[in-house]
Write a protein of this length. Sequence first.
Length: 236
Amino acid sequence: MLTDPRLIVGLDLPSIDAARAMVERLGATVSAYKVGLTLLARPGGVAFAHELRAAGKAVFQDWKLHDIGAQVEGAARAVAEGGCDLLTVHAEPQVMRGAVKGRDAAGTATKLLAVTVLTSLSDADLAEIGYGFVAGDLVERRVRQALDCGVDGVVSSPLEAARARALADAAGRPDFLIVTPGVRPEGADKGDQQRVATPRAALQAGASHLVVARPVVAADDPLSAASAIVGSIAGV
């Protein structure tokens, strides 16, 4: 059975029981999962993330931490000490520096990912919020800041992956992770995502990992959907 550690399936489901059933259904085909706020906020949500890890899965806790530096430092340390492979924080310098300090104090191998610009946001949305940048320019600014702050990678849309990879390589960071949500197989519905690409195109652009949720977990046959993605990126 084919598997690929670059594929991270987002367990964007309404309950822990539903998420656990999905993991069982996908079996060995999927080796990495994203657990987002909907599940983490439920009683037992963090324990479920630890359960996945104990079962040998790589776990991405998608907290998107965003607070004053001291609070982010404490939260990042707590998550890292509990056991987590990937942890997200917002890509603001004070936030990222606090997260690095907390993770380092934990002394674990947790990788910190800085969220650049949410893939649900268009340039018009950014203007409405008040940013003076289009998405591509804001992502570039935040990737540079992430590199300066010493986090392990970023979360960005596939459309900005090539520029993020070029910046990381120029900074001497070939190990820099570029995790791309907004990945949609050919013909899949975009849903609420604005800046999307196919799995193969995202990797070719420089992404290190793909986050795919609804195209797998909402499919009539999730196992076949996941297997098709794994097959589509083989050799890339």
